[in-house]
Design a protein around this ligand. Sequence first.
Ligand code: PMT
Length: 402
Amino acid sequence: MDFLLSKKLLLIVTGGVAAYKSPEIVRKLRSAGADVRVAMTSAAQEFVTELTFQAVSGQDVFTSLFVGETDSGMGHIELARWADAIIVAPASADFISQIATGQAKDLASTICLASTSPILLAPAMNQQMWKNLATQANIKKLKQRGFLFNGPSSGEQACGEVGLGRLAEPETFVAVVSDMFKTNHLSGSKILITAGPTQEPIDPVRYIGNRSSGLMGYCLASVAAEMSAIVTLVSGPTALPAPKGASLIAVNTARQMFKATLRELDSKQDIFIGAAAVADYTPVKTAMNKIKKIEETITLEMKKNPDILAAVSQHPNRPFTVGFAAETENLERNAMNKMKKKELNMIAANLVGLSDQGFGSSKNELFVFYKRSKSHIPRAEKLQVARSLLNLIAKNYKASKK
Ligand code: PMT
């Protein structure tokens, strides 16, 4: 899942032999969904060319304080404002010293001084330079000011010495940078989410299912974890990896999902979100053996499945309850009816049956209804939609507590 989707990241590359690893950092961050721009100091350009970073970022590279020298026309203040986060990798001893003393002598140091976004430093230098009291005093000062660090790691250095001072491995950056966006919006809140389809068995090899990929629910679980919630995800069969920071309970049928969900309510949940596409009906009987192709027509008798969302909202340990409504017509009217009938706090309605949103698509658009009010979350990648929906849920959940 693209945890850094649409995040704007500025990578500052300073002078050091470890700069050869920085293009790989750009690649990793981009493949996690981030929009990455690169700024280089003149010392960095002695080690890696501007062209390399242009190729891996797909963007102009910033090298000078003077806008006229770049094609993009973004000056240092715009760049500082543009970035959701700044990563300095490698951060040389000299650059660390410059920002610790608040210098603005080139583009890179000026951006750091002008930015209000979080800044992550990945130091890389000779192990004696790292140990030096002057460097350590600068690091201490920067930590006190809220600068974040990745590394350095220990090992053999380019100069032949062994010790602390190696650039953190490029693979570590996606996780470390994702953590920079963690918020406390749902800190300590327990959130239970259902996701994915259910499979209702007909015989040992066949089932009735639906087109849900589980992505909407998995994105909600990832974002809830990003907001520091304690997340449990009850999921039907999907091809998705377990979201980072969530406990996953895998089920197949609607009845299994029902049981698992109600069991989780015993340990009191604060918020429930029903994003699963639960089968409304299940075969009355599951054949013991594979049904043979003998008859011209066959009839499958079906019975109603329990309604998980309704059961959660009627439960003595009822959490703040949010439903989804998958509609092909009369979206608002049908969603409002579901909200009233199931006594929900909120409902997120999506138009389904379209190829480019809803079931099985990477995108969605939601119309959210709550307490005589409504919001529209425009069509976007599901991770972004999940961020907007969870911000709305967090706001309404907190208001319901007052
Ligand atoms: O999984 P994706 O491919 O990412 O697609 C996302 C989605 C389209 C599946 C998702 O956005 C969505 O709309 N989920 C709800 C689908 C659905 O079953 O909607 P519904 O209108 O039939 O049901 C209304 C609500 O009741 C839903 O919250 C559903 O989870 C819940 N329900 C329904 C039946 C049942 N037996 N138990 C339930 O809890």
